[in-house]
Write a protein that binds this ligand. Sequence first.
Ligand SMILES: [Ca+2]
Ligand SMILES: [Ca+2]
Ligand SMILES: [Ca+2]
Length: 197
Amino acid sequence: MTENFYIKKITHYFNMYDYNGNGVIEASDLLIPAERLTKIRGWGPNSGKTAVYIAGIKQMTIQLIRIADENNDGVISLEEYIKYWVGMAAAFHAGNEQVVTMLQAIALDTGNMLDGNNDGKVTWEEYDQFMRSFRDDMYFDTKAAFAILDLDSNGVISIPEEIIQISQDFLVSDDPTAPGNWIFGPISGTDVTLPAE
Ligand SMILES: [Ca+2]
Ligand SMILES: [Ca+2]
Ligand SMILES: [Ca+2]
């Protein structure tokens, strides 16, 4: 049951990233949302901020494809993605220090991507802008999700404390009640769904 939950969560994560919905993650799937985000933030296409952000996403994409693309066809299938994350979660829970450190780095990268004005705090507006950069049909009630992710309810997701906790929850926890499950919104086919109005 809980393993099933984890696989559903990783499948949801995969679907968020598969921007064109063709069943594999390729470089353009990450670049299109990145470009959308710079527009949503009002950064000009030739601005330094846009250049730095896009370069960071390109670097991240190359790394992701390098580590998860098991059959070396240049794209990540759902099967490859699940296998990669199941392995990462197992290593994390076994106390593998390299993986613990790697997950912290991923959390900080995620925090930096979310933190549009780079002040070490993610506001709801910043979180909402980030989620709007993904496919329109994946958009969800970000206010409800943000309230759960803001663990101490002070109005912001702090970097590094809260972002490390919720990012780890999302990436490696099989606990359906972990607050971090909400990062990418409701997970279809699970109890991580929005409360009834
Ligand atoms: Ca592949
Ligand atoms: Ca901020
Ligand atoms: Ca907080």
